[in-house]
Design a protein around this ligand. Sequence first.
Ligand code: PGA
Length: 252
Amino acid sequence: MSQTVIVGNWKMHGILSDVNNYLDSLLPELSSLSKKDVRVLLAVPYTLLFTFSEKAKGSALQIGAQNMSDRDVGPMTGEIAGSMLKDAGASFVILGHSERRQYLQETDEMVHKKLVKALSIGLQPIVCVGESLKEKDAGVAEEVLRKQLIGAFHGLSGEEAARVIVAYEPVWAIGTGMHATPDLANSMHKFCKEVLWELFGKQIADKILLLYGGSVKEDNIAGFTKQEHINGALVGGASLDPVHFLHIIKSS
Ligand code: PGA
């Protein structure tokens, strides 16, 4: 069995005083799991990156960010460069999450530029794709996925593409409790894989890990991770509580 990847996404939650309790519950339990079976990552707000990374140093937990600028350091008020994320201890970054696409007008081209930048500085990117309910109902989900994947990946070399993780997160399943069925999620992952095959050939595309996201909980995670084309999960709400997050990790 290949390694399962579980990524927590705290979104815009958490303050410094949360970090100790969270890690005190999570890390001792994580250390008892086999690193061969599961890889665990946590995407935290910028303000917590350094503290989380320092406290998680030497543990099995990798810390990352939820967004970054496509530019190098410079005059860009309020933005944050990937090199600054690395400096604060991030090893990965989530890009193109649907909340950013939906509420902050992030486009495929912006996601592409951020992806190129993240790869160039050695931050592992997790690129999110997924259709809205309206798009699902209109029968254009696959078209949307194809456009988002090509929009993000175009022009990358095979070596670069193989370092990316893709998270398929149907927008209608995020934070709603209405997760996709494992069968549907598997067929959408298969479709994503086929688009990646077209872009990079089978050998490279098969190295790109695919995660499911959208209302993943401890009672549904196993249904997803046993699917052929699903390598793990991106977990939002349920990652905020270390006990729930641990149950998800263990059940995966
Ligand atoms: P959720 O969020 O698990 O709360 O549905 C998933 C995500 O947005 O990454």
